[in-house]
Write a protein that binds this ligand. Structure first.
Ligand code: FES
Ligand SMILES: [Fe+2]
Length: 435
């Protein structure tokens, strides 16, 4: 049971955004009543990414994850099916699993000793005859199953809403873009992780950054452009972003920013990319898989490199940096970032090692970009919430509304347009208005 929500807040939701999403109330980034409603209307009915299949290859493999604020247990059962259970004992609510990951036959609740099978069914309880001389219907006392679990490219998504559209429909054209990172090669991807860190920000701040905020890069990340050894000058790098970069807004609040580089992908244009491609085997590897990528994805998509994108609400993929992450809400002004690094499963080990180092240097918890971004996101959250400052909405007016593109789905613009953010907040509002 959440905290009581001021009933007048619901009536205020229509006024939080201007009609086209250009003006957005700062309350979205700190208001505890809105946050409470989001738990039900956004996180209670969206497909949420909880992990990757390669984390649990065998029966009995499990890991703990999170849907919104709630802990869930992701486990592969004896038949190989992936199940997601609430990590809350049906008896008194004690978490039945307190390990981050492992392999087990049963989940044992340490409070009164009930145990549960991999499929979540109640397997046994101590002193059953003395405790329940009457018949006990164990079938009603298993772990609570999250009703919908589906996968895409090995990513496991779960949804609390039994009547939700399929994951395939939910992702829609976002798949066309995600494929450029996750589906380049036969065999797909494998992952390492999870790295986790906390940050004092509302979850929507990283979401709007990842959905297509390229405008912050020249200002926030300028020092990286200056120090990255052997890389193009910052002027050349930023020119290449404008020349090759695009922002896309998609139905469902999804969107992102990507680059369409000509050539065979053996060149680097941004800080670190050049060094990465000079690491043993990497440039050659990236060039060598272009033919396969073209066969699988087509001529246009083989050139697409996702910079950052948001699958609504809180899954972010940074394709050029070989990582995806989730911003789990932990309060109106707190988030926990969970981050995975991924590679083509068939890539040589030396290439995987170089990609892992590149991720660590850029967007790992101590990464150069991550440090800049984290400071901004905490600053925005803090700066939004002052008594006086919070009266004034944020402006998302950059870029005119974008139109369709002849070769790519969605509404496509240059990288300095905020139409992807307007699109995301309008979707957020649409969900918040549905009781
Ligand atoms: S709370 Fe789990 S057995 Fe009682
Ligand atoms: Fe950034």
């Amino acid at each position: 049971m959440g905290r009581r929500v001021d009933p007048t807040v619901e009536e205020q939701i229509p006024g939080l955004l201007s009609e086209d999403g250009t003006w957005v109330s700062r309350r979205l980034f700190f208001d505890p009543d809105l946050y409470e409603i989001e738990k039900h209307r956004v996180f209670g009915r969206s497909w949420l990414m909880v992990g990757h299949e390669s984390q649990i290859p065998d029966p009995g493999d499990f890991f703990l994850s999170s849907m919104g604020e709630e802990s869930v247990l992701v486990v592969r059962d004896n038949e190989g099916k992936i199940r997601v259970h609430l990590n809350s004992c049906p008896h008194r609510g004690m978490p039945v699993c307190r390990e981050d990951r492992g392999n087990t036959r049963t989940f044992y609740c340490v409070y009164h000793g009930w145990s549960f099978g991999r499929d979540g069914s109640l397997a046994g309880l101590p002193n059953q005859r003395a405790s329940y001389p009457q018949d006990l219907d164990k079938s009603k006392l298993g772990l609570f199953a999250v009703p919908r679990v589906e996968t895409y490219c090995g990513l496991i998504f779960a949804n609390h809403d039994a009547g939700a559209v399929s994951l395939d429909d939910y992702l829609g054209d976002m798949k066309w873009y995600l494929d450029t990172s996750l589906n380049r090669r036969e065999g797909g991807i494998e992952v390492l992780g999870v790295q986790k860190w906390r940050i004092g920000t509302n979850w929507k701040v990283p979401a709007e950054n990842m959905v297509g905020d390229v405008a912050h890069a020249p200002a926030s990340h300028s020092s990286i452009f200056q120090i990255a050894p052997g890389d193009p000058s910052s002027d050349a790098a930023l020119k290449s972003v404008l020349e090759y970069g695009r922002n896309v807004a998609l139905p469902g609040g999804h969107g992102g920013t990507f680059r369409v580089y000509p050539g065979d992908d053996s060149e680097g244009r941004l800080p670190g990319e050049l060094a990465l491609r000079k690491a043993p085997g990497v440039g050659e590897y990236l060039a060598s898989i272009q033919a396969e990528a073209e066969e699988r994805l087509g001529e246009v998509r083989k050139h697409i490199k996702i910079a950052t994108c948001t699958t609504f609400p809180n899954l972010f993929l940074l394709g050029s940096n070989f990582t995806f992450r989730v911003a789990h809400p932990r309060g109106p002004t707190k988030s926990e970032l969970w981050s995975w690094v991924f590679f083509d499963r068939e890539a040589p080990q030396e290439v995987k090692d170089a990609m892992r180092k590149f991720y660590t240097m850029t967007f790992g918890p101590g990464g150069l970009f991550e440090q800049d971004d984290g400071e901004n996101w905490e600053g925005v959250t803090h700066g939004a919430s002052g008594i006086e400052a919070s009266q004034h909405p944020f402006h998302y007016g950059a870029g005119l509304e974008a139109g369709p593109h002849p070769e790519m789905p969605g509404r496509v613009s240059n990288v300095y347009s905020e139409h992807t953010q307007r699109n995301m907040y309008l979707r957020w509002q649409e969900l918040m208005l549905q009781p």
